[in-house]
Ligand binder design. Structure first.
Ligand code: T68
Length: 831
């Protein structure tokens, strides 16, 4: 029992209830105070990093106050809380976002000038919090932003990785990975909460005992203390503040002093390292399941601490268990936190003396599951022997869940053994495997896909048997969205100013459908010119960034054609670069005069490959090899440039996204669950070139088919084309053959090195139908060129696109979840 101070102390209560001052003078004084007393700096040795820290800590003070108020508010009204469980939160930077959210950016700009710094330079001092791979992690970050902005009682739960997404260096054209040491600097945005910690167990064995209601206990386990770190999430237009609670192990008391004294230093620290390593690294795979034991431990540590914390907070309400699901919603961001289902069931039956059925009722009413992929290599499975070793009790519970589930299926739909084995949570392979998606479906009351086409596909394919068992209503769609705070207001100040002027105030920032008013100005000459100028200024900013990061000079008057995302075969960066070679070949055949007449293009790539993904890494090398040749070809000059920007991350995206004329979202139909960068690009007035896949489909519906360049086979045709490639191949497209001939000539380097890319883009190896879509892709690219020559039509399309994206804010997504899955109401702190 810890001794507490008398919290009813009235002076203390008066102090904390005060508003934190917002005027420039008070802010400046608090910055001075942090510089002097938090960071031990004085006016003669305050550098940019110090100024950033000093200022950031005053923002932190203001956020913390709001976080406290938000928490007390929701506790006082017993609000239902949504717990968004995600192994990844790709937050990026917080500084600028927080200043904008607090409505204090002008004040802080003045304060930084007083300190002798330009605010823009201080913004660049911050390192990204890159605790995610790509779309899934960034979606989680957008969702916590929206939950806070929309006044929902929502928290994110995740892991506090010491090393986030690796830093990508490009050396001789190859990706080289370096650790992301993002914790080297003080982190103003996190609050260690040593008082919030839970015991998490691994290994050991199960014993039968009459002392628990289930008759089982988990013995001889290794135990770690897992501690919370809170990261407040600033919200725009409300005093509510969100929170992301990240876990990491406490290790100090695992130090073995006796071994140390005996000179056994590795032995003395062995247990510390074993605990610490659990949150060392974020696994750098997107849409790929690595199947590593350490990853399973990470997942369980995350899940166990989170579920214990949720239960702890629930118990503080004093409500009976039967009301748990009325106060708690748990959303599983993909299958990575699915063990939470077994963990809650375990705690209820082993520790809370509940019957199996009562516990299962609570579990299934609380959990809901989001699927983000149908790629077979991404679907998580864990070998039964591995799970049995690390989590013996959970494995037993999962087998029981499966048994009761299969019994239920047998009773409700008379079925053959085949059907039961297809639907079983346990795959009868050697060794047996736990199918995590199936466990997530069985343990949840709702399952959703992330765009309409994807939600339809999962119902018709990978989860179709479950639709038969549970009925169609359990499977819903929630189309993804992105936060307009970061992806328009923060990253594109020029465009923001135009929208604010059009709408009349800043209300569009958290009510994005209002951006449709832009459409009313589509024929206003002055507006059109400013719209174009904003884009040109953003392109100039990106051109400077490219010069700084790649040393390549590009002309910002050229058409900027951008494909930035994780490197993956299904996303078809390969088709893009093969198209570039075709363009290069075509230009080479022209006279200098003809060449100058062509639309000048800068083709920009960026993205990381999983470290063990051979073909994706080869694609990066190939892009860089082609870029080298094209960029140094005197005949070509400015007509075509190819750039691979290294180390794509959230803060790079903030410079890249506002600068696109066209961006490419060209996955094989049916493979990209949604995509979210497509939304960001269009919101920022870029047009898109895409396949009929993911959210492209809904974007086209919203902005109009005429505004978007679509090509390629449809999802339902893919299987047939794959079959044909294998058994009845068509002759190869002449343009593609010419591209292969260029590669084989050796102009881009040793053709043998790139042969695997030739092999996986045609014939039986062409799993993602590059050769099938290539001709229609080139035609779509020609249409892009033709339109760009007609500047007025281009501007019209760009404005229409930008104004019709209201649907794709994450505020809308979150409201959909709240209404259709979580059953929760918003409530503002100051209401
Ligand atoms: C992405 N998935 C989808 N996965 O590919 C994308 N995978 O279509 C969608 O828009 C986005 O999720 C949001 O719904 C991923 O980003 C991963 O990053 C990932 C991470 C670990 C393991 C597997």
């Amino acid at each position: 029992q810890t001794k507490r101070s008398d919290v009813s102390n009235s002076e203390y209560a008066k102090f904390v209830s005060q508003e934190v001052p917002r005027d420039e003078v008070s802010i400046l004084n608090s910055v001075f105070s942090h510089l002097a007393y938090t960071f031990h700096k004085n006016p003669s040795n305050t550098e940019a990093m110090d100024a950033y820290n000093g200022i950031a800590f005053t923002i932190r003070d203001r956020l913390l106050k709001r976080l406290e108020d938000t928490d007390s508010h929701f506790i006082s009204i017993n609000a239902k809380r949504i717990n968004y469980m995600s192994m990844e939160f790709l937050i990026g930077r917080t500084f600028d976002n927080a200043m904008l959210a607090l409505g204090l950016r002008k004040e802080y700009s003045a304060v930084s000038n007083t300190l002798g710094f330009n605010l823009e330079d201080l913004i660049d001092e911050e390192r990204d919090a890159a605790l995610g791979n790509g779309g899934l992690g960034r979606l989680a970050a957008c969702f916590v932003d929206s939950m806070a902005c929309c006044n929902y009682n929502g928290w994110g739960y995740g892991l506090r990785y010491r090393y986030g997404m690796f830093q990508q260096q490009i050396i001789n054209g190859y990706q080289v990975e370096a650790p992301d040491c993002w914790m080297d600097n003080p982190n103003p945005w996190e609050f260690p909460r040593p008082e919030i910690s839970y015991k998490v167990k691994f290994y050991g064995n199960i014993a039968k005992t009459p002392s628990t209601s289930s008759g089982y206990t988990w013995e001889n386990a290794v135990e770690y203390d897992v501690m919370a770190f809170d990261t407040p999430v600033p919200a725009f237009g409300t005093k509510n503040v969100g929170n992301i609670r990240l876990w990491s192990c406490k290790t100090n008391d695992l130090f073995d002093l006796n071994r140390f004294n005996a000179g056994d230093y590795p032995g003395a620290t062995g247990n510390m390292v074993a605990a610490d390593i659990l949150t060392y690294v974020l696994y750098p795979n997107d849409n790929q399941n690595a199947g590593k034991e350490l990853r399973l431990k990470q997942e369980y540590m995350f899940v166990s601490a989170t579920i214990q914390d949720i239960i702890h907070r629930f118990k503080l309400t004093g409500k009976p268990w039967s009301e748990f699901h009325e106060l708690v919603a748990i959303q599983l961001n993909d299958t990575h936190p699915t063990l939470g289902i077994a963990e809650l069931q375990r705690i209820l039956v082993d520790e809370e003396a509940m019957s199996w059925d009562a516990a299962w009722d609570i579990v299934t009413k609380s959990f809901a599951f989001t699927n983000h992929t149908i790629l077979p290599e991404a679907l998580e499975k864990w070998p039964v022997p591995m799970m049995g070793k690390i989590l013996p009790r959970h494995l037993g519970i999962i087998f029981d869940i499966n048994l009761f589930f299969l019994q239920h299926v047998e009773k409700s739909i008379p079925s053959e053994r085949e059907f039961l084995s297809r639907i079983s949570i346990i795959e009868e392979s050697s060794p047996q495997q736990v199918r995590m998606a199936y466990l997530a479906i069985v343990g949840s009351h709702r399952v959703n896909g992330v765009a309409q086409i994807h939600s339809d596909i999962i119902k018709a394919t990978i989860f179709s048997e479950f639709v038969k068992v549970f009925g169609s209503d359990k499977f819903v769609n929630v189309t993804n969205g992105v936060t307009t705070r970061r992806w328009v207001n923060q990253c594109n100040p020029g465009l923001s100013a135009l929208i604010t002027e059009t709408v009349g105030d800043e209300s569009w920032v958290d009510d994005y459908p209002k951006a449709h008013l832009l459409e009313s100005r589509v024929n206003d000459e002055d507006f059109r010119k400013r719209w174009w100028d904003v884009k040109q200024a953003n392109k100039l900013r990106l051109a400077t960034y490219i010069k700084d990061t790649c040393g390549i000079t590009v002309n910002h008057d050229a058409l900027f054609d951008i494909q930035v995302k994780r490197i993956h075969e299904y996303k078809r960066q390969l088709m893009n670069i093969l198209g570039v070679i075709h363009r290069y070949n075509t230009l080479k055949k022209m006279t200098p005069e003809q060449r100058q007449d062509q639309v000048h293009r800068v083709i920009i790539f960026a993205g990381k490959s999983a470290s063990g993904y051979y073909i994706a890494k080869l694609i990066i090398k190939f892009i860089n090899s082609v870029a080298d040749v094209v960029n140094n070809d005197k005949d070509i000059g400015d007509v075509l440039k190819v750039v691979f920007i290294p180390d794509y991350c959230v803060s790079a995206a903030e410079v890249i996204v506002p600068a696109s004329d066209i961006s490419q979202h060209i996955s094989t139909a049916g493979t990209e669950a949604s995509g979210t960068s497509n939304m960001k690009f269009v919101m920022n007035g870029g047009l898109i070139l895409g396949t009929v896949d993911g959210a492209n489909v809904e974007i086209a519906e919203e902005v109009g088919d005429d505004q978007i360049f679509m090509f390629g086979v449809l999802a339902h045709e893919v299987d047939e084309f794959r079959f044909n490639l294998r058994y009845h191949p068509d002759p190869l497209d002449a343009n593609l053959q010419a591209v292969y001939d260029t590669i084989k000539s050796g102009v881009f380097g040793n053709p043998d090195e790139f042969n695997p890319l030739v092999e996986c883009s045609h014939g039986p190896g062409d799993n993602y139908l590059v050769s099938v879509d290539f001709a229609s892709y080139l035609m779509a690219q020609d249409a892009v060129d033709a339109l760009y020559k007609d500047r007025e039509s281009w501007i019209t399309k760009s404005i229409l696109c930008g104004s019709r994206m209201g649907k794709f804010t994450s505020d809308r997504s979150i409201t959909d979840y709240a209404e259709n899955i979580w059953n929760i109401e918003p409530s503002a702190v100051d209401a």
